[in-house]
Write a protein that binds this ligand. Structure first.
Ligand code: XMP
Ligand code: MG
Length: 191
């Protein structure tokens, strides 16, 4: 666009977490994880596609600078159910490529909302005999506090609003925005 903004960043009503806040918090979380896993030979990060890709890329580099060697794995899961809420019934679309037995695993999540996806995923990873499974989530919504899942590292607690950006999408768009924000109401129903 002529004014220098992209068409889609103009769809944002307000920013919830800025690019700078994400950068600072990512470094802070990496330091905490590095300190807690100082005895690990390496850390296996498991990113949950697609939402966690941006955070995974930045977090892995931040952790690699201050902690043990980092290895990357990805899983893709889909929760049965409709629209923007999850049902807790999870289907694996892409499984781990290798054995995680005995490994220090850190699950990298974009957002924990109801916590149902994560609680399923933690049971699954534990059943694969990881030595230790921790979770780092960039964002957490208040609903997540109702379920007892141990999200050890949380970036930001945010209001219960649907957010996009930094990996998070609405109809597959806005993942590329460098910040997390709320869409203008007019955007919904447009596609
Ligand atoms: P649960 O409820 O199982 O869901 O913790 C976690 C997954 O739901 C998606 N999710 C969102 N995606 N904006 C999004 O783009 C949101 O505000 C939002 N809230 C939940 C996301 O895929 C997450 O991994
Ligand atoms: Mg999504």
């Amino acid at each position: 666009m002529a004014d220098g903004t992209t068409w889609h960043s103009s769809d944002i009503d307000h920013v919830i977490v800025s690019e700078e806040q994400i950068r600072d918090k990512t470094a802070e979380l990496a330091k905490q994880v590095a300190a807690d896993h100082a005895d690990a030979e390496s850390i296996l990060l498991v990113g949950v596609l697609k939402g966690a890709v941006m955070f995974m890329a930045d977090f892995a580099r931040a952790l690699g600078r201050v902690g043990p060697p980092v290895e990357l794995e990805f899983m893709a899961v889909s929760s049965y159910g409709q629209g923007t809420t999850s049902s807790g019934v999870v289907r694996i679309l892409k499984d781990l490529d290798r054995d995680i037995a005995g490994r220090h695993v850190v699950v990298v999540e974009d957002i924990v909302d109801s916590g149902l996806t994560l609680s399923w995923l933690l049971k699954y990873l534990e059943s694969r005999s990881a030595a230790r499974v921790d979770v780092v989530a960039l964002l957490r919504k208040p609903d997540a506090l109702k379920v007892s899942i141990p999200v050890r590292y949380v970036g930001f607690d945010i209001p219960s609003e649907f957010v996009v950006g930094y990996g998070l999408d609405y109809a597959e768009r806005y993942r590329d925005l460098p910040f997390v924000g709320v869409l203008k109401p007019s955007v919904y129903g447009r596609g």
